[in-house]
Design a protein around this ligand. Structure first.
Ligand code: XD5
Length: 227
């Protein structure tokens, strides 16, 4: 790893660590009662704080704020679902204090999300958990997801590629260093990004079904997902 790559990685990891899901949201998971309505409100709070964390992280990605402003918005809106599921998968499989993830799983299952989405969601959580990603890999993979050049409405795709490429190169090197016994580990990480893209479709269905049942969203979620 070169000096520049080490500096880039430190910046990304620092940005990733700077913003965590507020503890009060995690605490509520155990306290609130178990009605579908209450579960939905909790998930709304979780999603809203996840998106706030995502926006803050993105602003700290070196070079992001130098991109065309409309492209910055297009990248955020285009990657919010994937970045949110990537982070919630990591929180779910790692950071949760004992027993929290079972409670969160139960609340997700009973929040009005249709079964056809629940299965792929927990399959994804499981496949991320099995990778046992280190923090650097999680942070880089999230930044790589956000800096995907071919999101809808991105005008200057080469500018985004110029930011994403060094991150992919760095992640590749990291994987070789962190998992020498597993040469295909980097490919497995990128495979998670492909699985993530399939969740976009399910997520859109989830939002629509909640909307038609007149569930209210927060202004931030309405803005980022055009609902
Ligand atoms: N009013 C809403 C509530 C929750 C979501 C959402 O995407 O929830 C995600 C966050 C984690 C829990 C369920 C999924 C993963 C979207 C709109």
């Amino acid at each position: 790893i070169t000096k520049e790559q080490d500096a880039l990685m430190k910046l990304i990891v620092e940005a990733y660590n700077k913003h965590q899901i507020p503890q009060d949201v995690a605490k509520k998971l155990l306290q609130e009662q178990y009605s579908t309505e209450e579960n939905f409100l909790l998930l709304t709070e979780i999603a809203t704080s996840q998106v706030q964390v995502l926006v803050e992280f993105t602003k700290n990605i070196p070079g992001f704020l130098s991109l065309d402003h409309e492209d910055q918005i297009a990248l955020l809106k285009g990657s919010a679902v994937e970045a949110m599921f990537l982070r919630s998968a990591q929180v779910f499989s790692r950071k949760m204090p004992e027993g929290h993830s079972e409670v969160l799983e139960e609340r997700i299952r009973k929040s009005g999300i249709s079964e056809e989405f629940i299965t792929p969601l927990f399959n994804f959580y499981k496949s991320v958990g099995e990778l046992h990603m280190v923090l650097e890999e999680q942070a880089l993979l999230t930044a790589i997801t956000i800096l995907t050049p071919d999101r809808p409405f991105v005008k200057d795709q080469p500018a985004v590629e110029r930011l994403q490429e060094p991150m992919v190169e760095l992640l590749k090197k990291l994987c070789v260093l962190q998992h020498p016994q597993e040469p295909q580990y980097f490919a497995r990480l990128l495979g998670r990004l492909t699985e993530l893209r399939t969740l976009n479709h399910y997520h859109a269905e989830m939002l629509t079904s909640w909307r038609v049942n007149d569930h209210k969203f927060t202004p931030l979620l309405c803005e980022i997902w055009d609902v």
